[in-house]
Design a protein around this ligand. Structure first.
Ligand SMILES: *Cc1c(COP(=O)(O)O)cnc(C)c1O
Length: 229
């Protein structure tokens, strides 16, 4: 199925009016489909396999901002550390430390989102609330100069029950707000001393709900690229 440029244009218009950023999820799609969207002005693309990302990055224009959204093994970070724009799927301190190390080797600061487990499904990765608190306090103490946590990412359950999806987004948004409160109002939770700007939630099937619940970034694949086979 070819890239749906009409769907893309109307999506862009819709998202612009809500100040929401579009990340086009290009996993399983060929480089020519990515180029077609690039020519329409899209610059943020996301992949969820390291090998696929590395190959596409080599073939495609240098000004593409590549996001990583899949489960990332620590031993593969070095393959993407020289160019990745935003790693959205940080789910452990071990991984964060490795990203910091590889970023330093490349003389970069790599932006990261913490992936939070919000779906009531065993198959999805991510931190729970307690793990999030632990990771944030370690992050505050460890002084990792080459990573910057700029927000959170979450995936809702794969279900037709949109009330359930909405509640999962609400929960993620509440965690996001909690971290963004000033220390004085919230001395129990370790926080950063800056506002986290990015809340990445919403895919093709649920992005409208995600935006109503405070998303600042949506990750959309099939709606613009066509169904994956
Ligand atoms: C595949 C994927 C998406 C996009 O899914 P669509 O339903 O095709 O929009 C978004 N986020 C993550 C983490 C994904 O793996």
């Amino acid at each position: 199925m070819p890239v749906n440029k009409e769907a893309y244009q109307s999506l862009i218009t819709e998202l612009k009016s809500r100040h929401v950023k579009l990340v086009a999820v290009s996993k399983n799609k060929p480089a020519e489909d990515i180029l077609a969207l690039y020519e329409s002005g899209q610059r943020d693309f996301a992949e969820n396999y390291v090998q696929e990302l590395v190959e596409k990055q080599k073939q495609l224009p240098d000004d593409i901002r590549w996001h990583f959204i899949g489960h990332l093994q620590s031993n593969k970070v070095k393959q993407i550390a020289s160019f990745v724009h935003l790693i959205q799927s940080v789910d452990s301190l071990k991984l964060l430390k490795e990203i910091n190390k590889q970023a330093e080797k490349n003389g970069r600061v790599i932006d990261c989102l913490l992936q939070i487990h919000i779906a009531q499904e065993e198959t999805k990765f991510g931190l729970d609330e307690q793990e999030l608190d632990e990771l944030m306090s370690q992050y505050a103490n460890l002084l990792m100069k080459n990573v910057r946590i700029i927000g959170m990412m979450g995936m809702a359950s794969f279900t037709d029950d949109m009330d359930k999806v909405r509640n999962e987004f609400k929960y993620l948004q509440s965690l996001f707000n909690k971290l963004n409160q000033p220390l004085s109002e919230n001395d129990k939770l370790p926080t950063t001393n800056y506002q986290l700007p990015t809340l990445s939630m919403g895919m093709s099937s649920d992005y409208k709900i995600a935006i109503e619940e405070g998303s600042t970034m949506v990750r959309i694949g099939s709606l613009v690229f066509g169904e994956r086979t």
